[in-house]
Each structure stands twice: as C-alpha cells, then as structure tokens.
Design a protein. Structure first.
Lengths: 282, 293
C-alpha cells in the first residue's frame, strides 16, 4: 500500500464484499431451494434460509433421479460426466504432449504443415461447425457411445501449444547429456521430459477437466440413450420440460451436484487453475 | 523459436503426431470441408437428393431480414456482455488489489463461477428470475416492475446478458488482477510522492498500463459472447420469445437441427467461421505486439 487512506480501504472492502455477495447469491439460492420440500418451493416468496429436507432431496435425485417418468438417477449422469471429463482431459494431454514432443525435438519433412494444421483448429469452436461434425460422428457410428462423447473434443491446439512452449524452455544441455549417455528419444521423453512437465500437465488437466465436464451442446446432440446422458445436460433439459412446473427442490439439488465437482477442482487446485488459464493464452 | 539439439529418427516423429493428426483430420477438417460443401447445396426435404446452387444459400441469407435481425442482436449482445463484464471485473480487481488483508480469500470467492457450466448458469439465473417463484422477480414486483422473461423479449435479453457476464467474470478478474500486480509499485509510489491521488493514479498510470490486458480480454470476451454463450441461451430462452435472444450461434443450431435447413445453416456456419478466424487473427496480431511491449 502506497499510503494510508482508511476511508478508501473500507470502501475497497465494501465493494469487493458486495461483489462476492452478488456473485454468490444465485448459488446460495440454489442451495436453499435444494433443502426445502416441493410445497414450500411453490409459494412465492420462497425462503432465503435453508430448510430441513437436505438429505431427502439429495438422496432422491442421487438414487431415483428427478422423479418423472424416464428420468435417470443422478449417480449415473454424474458417472457419465466424470468419464467424459476425465476422457477429454487425459486424452487431450496424451495426444498433445506427444505431438508437441515430435514438433519440438525432431526435424522431419512436413513438420511445418503439421504445425499449421494443428494451429488452425484453435480457431473453430465446435459450436460453429456443429451440424457437419454431428454428421461425421453419425457416419462413423459413434452416436451414443463414450468414444463419440470424448474423441471429437480432444484435438486441441491449446494443449499442444502449451507443451510446445514448455519444451522450448527446457535447456538443450539436458537433451545433449541424454544423447551422450545413449538414451533413445522415447527414453529421454519418459525419464526426463515427462517428469519435468508435471506442473504444466496439472495446469492443463484442471482447465480441460472443467471444459469436458461443462460440455453441453455436444452430449445433447449425440446422446439419445439415457445411459449416456451427462449431468449438465440433464439439469437444463429438466428445467425446460414444457407444460409442467419443475420440482424446484429436486432440480436445484441436481444443479448443485452438477456444479460441485468442477468448482471443487477449481477451489482446491487454484494455483494450477490460474496457471493453466494464463499459460494457455500465451 | 527452434531447438538447437534434436533427435534424428525417420518414422518416430510421424508416429508421435499421428493420433492428433488423425483426430484433427476426421473431426475437424472433414466437417469444416463439409460445411463449406453443404453451403453451396440445397438438400431435398425428403432426403437424399441435393442440388448444386452455388452461392444461392448465401444470397438467400443476405436477403433474409431475420438473419440481419440476428446479426444486429449478436452485435448488441456481445458489446454489452463484453463492456459490462470488463467494467465490473476491472472494478473488482482494482478494489481487490488495494486490500491487503483478505485478498487471497476474496480471490478464492471470485474464481469459482468459471467452473459453472454455462447451461447450469442459465438454469440458476432462470430460477432467480422465474416469474412464479423467482426471488428477484418477486422483489422487482415489490417495487413495481413486472419481470417476465418468458414473454418479454427485452427482459429475456437482459437476463441472458446477466447470466453470460456472471459466468465470465472470474476469467476477466483473474487477468486484470494479474495485470495489476505486474505494474511496478515504484511507479505508483513515485506518482504518490508527486502528489497524485488514487483517482489520478488510476487514470494516468494504472489504466494505460492495463490497456494491453484490457484489449486482449475484449477480444476474448467477444469470442466468448459469440460462441460460448450457447448453453446460457439454450437453458434460459431457446432463442425466444420470438427471436429476441436468437444470437447467430444459436441460429445455426436452430436452423440446422430444428429447421432441417442444412444448406442455410451451413452457409451461416461458414460466415461464422470467417468471423472467428478474423477475431483470432486480431488476437494474435495483438499478442505479437505485446511481446515487444
């Protein structure tokens, strides 16, 4: 602090506190709604403080689902989301770390074409080319499968660039030493490069886990069987069922469960998360 | 930048890039090519037959009032999402940067909305403003404002903007805070010694030094509001009421999957691709400049 201005310090605290309160308010209300009975949630104004039905509501959505005909238990949709998020995160890291390794540590014909081919994928988010991508996945018979949920999303330039950037900063002496000692390229990769990349991998994992977990349009399109539904799409789908008043208490319990895993990842891996965000934009 | 020391292997590098290249070719280049190809075709409504129509789909699009309504809407929408989002997060970042005690705690409380899926964010805000049980809608009614985003187009748009900004605030906040913390303290101290007050210091020193971060975030936020807000719109309004929240990326999906107008939807995809490529180009030009900053 440059100088002591008590008034300004108090004002700063107030503004930030107010900001935190407004930002947290929707989630607080979601939590409150998930702890009341359905009757309470039908009358306006709804309560602002938690009620006594916490366990009943969460138990019901986790084991039986939302309670309508054809609704899936949230344990199943949570499992699907977890499979998808882990698949996307680990898949992306695996394919991009080896291709970054090839691009940085080898000279081979066509290297620059490959680099540019990866670079352009940076530009087009899946939402833009959604219709034809759906067509390709349908042609390959990958609708309603974990492969269809995961594989089209794992080609990513951001991860490749992050690892490329990191490899370029690794001292050449290490490579030379490894070569003098007669280590093969893959030996160098496994024993030296991979252990050194731990922090980059962790940062990438946090970002990509959230990306995979929060996918919405993609699972919405390619899944028709309930056994492949993810939790995020179920929440939104149930909120928008036409001609019926949602059971807000159960719906909001589901929303809480859909938010919890990625939020916990961000809160507990905050350092890696911030690092990942900042580094992928370099 | 290139490595001085490299390995010499003939086939290994190709093997290593193969997985990524195969996925990129199959799920990226092939569909993108198809989008361009379909954008010059008209498909028979009863399937199968398609006819080459050259640029008809584009001409049709450019003569379509509802397309231009959607373009205008998207421009207004992304302008508002970007400016409101940047202003609010800059305010929070500047204030959080000032306080010493509790700064880490505040940061922890401000980063997590990033982890909430846009679709879930839409459901949350829809609940707060729900015409029958929403607590905020109820409070607004108390002060004489009828809030019903299901029927009122402007209110629907307002709500989508609020939810979209909320979802993006943590991202902006983190970058602004990092930018603020990288400003040398000696500059601020020197200005203070010369008698500049906090307001003056902000506008004359901090704000100009933050402008590269601000410009970078502006591009990111425009890209986000163009494409990242799909989930928010779908969960809240589905483009309605009427066309009030039917932004371009939602229209591509709506026309392609609901309207079954493959040619028109692909033409829109192609236009959007050009927009993203242009935005990405701007972003990279800027980043290159920042390196020499």
């Amino acid at each position: 602090m440059v100088e002591n201005r008590p008034f300004l310090t108090v004002l700063s605290h107030l503004v930030v506190l107010l900001g935190v309160a407004i930002i947290a308010f929707p989630v607080w209300m979601t939590f409150v709604a998930s702890t009341h009975s359905q009757q309470t949630m039908l009358q306006s104004p709804i309560p602002l403080l938690p009620g006594p039905y916490l366990f009943e509501n969460y138990k019901q959505v986790l084991t039986e689902g939302y309670g309508r005909v054809g609704s899936t238990a949230v344990t199943m949709t949570l499992t699907n989301s977890l499979i998808m998020a882990l698949g996307v995160a680990l898949g992306k890291i695996a394919i991009s770390i080896i291709s970054a390794f090839a691009i940085v540590y080898f000279r081979f014909p066509g290297r620059m074409y490959i680099f540019w081919a990866i670079f352009v994928t940076l530009m087009l988010p899946v939402e833009v080319r959604i219709v034809p991508t759906y067509g390709v996945v349908a042609n390959l018979g990958m609708l309603d499968s974990y492969g269809g949920l995961i594989i089209p999303l794992i080609a990513s330039a951001t991860a490749t660039f992050l690892f490329r950037q990191f490899f370029l900063s690794v001292p050449d002496e290490l490579t030379e030493a490894a070569r003098v000692d007669g280590a093969s390229p893959m030996r160098f990769f496994w024993d030296i490069l991979l252990p050194m990349s731990r922090t980059s991998i962790a940062a990438m994992f946090v970002i990509q886990f959230i990306y995979g977990w929060n996918q919405y349009l993609w699972p919405l399109l390619i899944t028709t069987k309930e056994s492949y539904y993810t939790v995020v799409m179920t929440v939104s789908r149930q909120a928008n069922v036409v001609d019926s008043v949602p059971a807000w208490n159960l719906l909001m319990a589901m929303a809480m469960l859909a938010m919890l895993p990625p939020v916990l990842v961000v809160v507990f891996m905050q350092r890696q998360f911030v690092r990942g965000l900042v580094e992928t934009e370099k | 930048m290139e490595k001085r020391v490299t390995f010499h292997e003939r086939w290994l590098p190709y093997l290593l890039v193969a997985p990524q290249m195969i996925i990129t070719l199959v799920f990226f280049f092939w569909p993108s090519g198809q989008a361009i190809y379909q954008s010059v075709l008209i498909e028979d409504a009863f399937g199968g037959n398609s006819k080459f129509v050259f640029l008809d789909n584009f001409i049709h699009l450019f003569n379509d009032d509802s397309y231009f309504a959607s373009v205008r809407l998207t421009v207004v929408f992304s302008f508002l999402v970007a400016t409101i989002g940047l202003a609010v997060s800059l305010l929070l970042a500047v204030m959080a940067d000032r306080v010493i005690r509790g700064a880490t705690a505040y940061k922890a409380f401000l980063v997590w909305p990033y982890a909430v899926a846009p679709a879930v964010a839409g459901v949350l805000w829809g609940f707060l403003f729900n015409p029958s049980v929403g607590i905020v809608a109820w409070m607004l009614q108390g002060i004489g404002i009828e809030f019903n985003y299901v029927t009122n187009g402007n209110q629907a748009l307002t709500l989508v903007i609020i939810a979209a900004v909320w979802n993006q605030i943590s991202y902006n906040f983190l970058f602004f805070l990092a930018g603020l913390q990288s400003i040398p303290k000696s500059l601020i101290e020197a200005a203070a010694i010369d008698g500049a007050g906090p307001g003056r210091r902000f506008w004359d020193i901090i704000f100009p030094l933050l402008s590269p971060t601000g410009f970078f975030l502006l591009v990111i936020n425009i890209i986000y509001s163009f494409f990242g807000t799909f989930g928010v719109v779908d969960a809240l309004t589905k483009g309605g009421p009427g066309q009030a929240t039917n932004i371009l990326v939602y229209k591509v999906y709506n026309d392609g999957f609901r309207g079954q107008d493959l040619g028109g939807s692909s033409a829109q995809s192609v236009i959007l691709m050009i927009v993203v490529i242009a935005l990405t180009f701007v972003q990279f030009r800027f980043i290159e400049r920042r390196v020499h900053y």
